[in-house]
Design a protein around this ligand. Structure first.
Ligand code: GMT
Length: 384
């Protein structure tokens, strides 16, 4: 495998696509590739210096005429600059909107200067299942995907959903998300657990960006049923538009003394280390990286059966999946895991074993091989 100079374009935020993009970049840098992040802020997970990682901030001139700052144009211009002066071999954009169209624009600008740069678009989820299919974005999203030199998706579900809703005439390579076990592994935080569950209660946890698609209110409703049978605490981690509604619901259900809102947390592995069950009842979930991270920390998962979750969950082994909105069966399944110590231990062990299948050592070569394939196809003069 040649060492490459790769531009990674992503959202720098807590969301799953930004996390995947950053962790992928860090792993590529460890292998000797030069990785250039191009985004409007330093990525959240880019938490340490690495000699092979570079960061280029996209800044855009604001002007009173603009109702919206044209980030797409500023991003395309920055990509042109970085490709040209850092002599990048390849661009890898994560989340199609607006990254794929910015990369396409930059590619066309550079081609006129006889600089040919292929770009790969990785589809992550709501860029296809929710936002991307809105008429305000669909034509541009479909066009920029079709004019990508390579396309990957984080699950088979998302690949099929893309073909179902967009007229895509190209192959989509499925490369699942991954776990870096040097970061995600079970650690002993018993002292911390005692601070949260002072009487040895079970700990349930939900981590998300509290958007409607996550159905966080279903987490609270199922917890209300669980707590009737099993002394438990609920940790709600993250923040977003639905947080206030969820806080109000906890008060209405008179369970707020058993629920802790922890807001956005960087060290989620410490919270997972004290948890007994991860709950993710999403309306749609192209993969469910948060669920896989929980499993890597030996936490079984109660989830909906939406989207790509059946590609990581094994029913009755790593946890249970229920139809979206089926709060009763989620509660019943949670109780069946939590009520017996040996059962809980078995599910924890199963969850960890399944997570190992997604360790980054298994997934990184798939991206590297795909880079080679795209480079050979898009730039015939490229040689290994
Ligand atoms: O989970 C979120 O809502 C954030 C979203 C994103 O686009 O950053 O996550 C998506 O990408 C993650 C990483 O590939 C996937 O694990 C999530 O399942 C996916 N979210 C949805 O499909 C709702």
């Amino acid at each position: 495998m040649n060492l490459l100079k790769i531009g990674i374009i992503c959202y720098p935020t807590y969301g799953g696509s930004g996390v995947v993009a950053t962790e992928l970049g860090k792993a590529l840098a460890k292998k000797g590739h030069h990785v250039h992040f191009i985004t409007y802020q330093e990525p959240v997970r880019l938490d340490s210096f690495h000699q092979n990682i570079f960061y280029h901030e996209v800044s855009s001139l604001d002007y009173p005429l603009f109702h919206y700052t044209p980030y797409e144009s500023a991003l395309a211009s920055k990509i042109v600059d970085v490709v040209k002066f850092e002599k990048l071999d390849l661009l890898h954009v994560h989340y199609a909107i607006p990254h794929a169209s910015s990369a396409l624009m930059a590619k066309q600008i550079l081609a006129e200067q006889n600089i040919h740069i292929p770009f790969i678009t990785t589809l992550h989820g709501t860029d296809i299942t929710l936002v991307g299919r809105d008429p305000s974005y669909l034509p541009v999203v479909a066009y920029s995907i079709n004019h990508s030199d390579g396309i990957t998706s984080v699950s088979s579900f998302l690949k099929e959903d893309t073909y179902r809703h967009f007229s895509i005439n190209k192959h989509i390579e499925v490369i699942h998300n991954f776990i870096d076990f040097s970061r995600f592994k079970k650690t002993n935080k018993e002292h911390f657990k005692k601070a949260i569950a002072t009487h040895g209660e079970r700990v349930l946890i939900h981590i998300s960006n509290f958007r409607k698609v996550k159905r966080v209110e279903d987490v609270v409703q199922m917890f209300k049923s669980v707590i009737k049978k099993i002394p438990s605490k609920l940790l709600l981690v993250g923040d977003g538009p639905e947080r206030t509604n969820v806080e109000m619901l906890c008060r209405q259900l008179c369970i707020n003394e058993h629920v802790r809102f922890l807001g956005r947390q960087d060290a989620i592995e410490d919270l997972l280390a004290i948890s007994d069950l991860f709950v993710l009842p999403s309306e749609t979930e192209s993969f469910g990286l948060a669920a896989l991270e929980a499993m890597a920390c030996e936490v079984p998962v109660i989830s909906s059966d939406a989207g790509g979750l059946p590609e990581i969950q094994i029913q009755g082994i790593t946890g249970y999946m229920s139809p979206v909105g089926d709060i009763e069966s989620m509660a019943t399944n949670a109780i069946s895991i939590l009520e017996n110590e040996d059962t809980l231990k078995q599910f924890k062990a199963n969850a960890y074993k399944q997570a190992l299948n997604f360790k980054i050592e298994n997934i990184l070569p798939k991206y590297e091989n795909y880079y080679e394939l795209v480079l050979r196809t898009a730039t015939p003069e490229y040689s290994i």
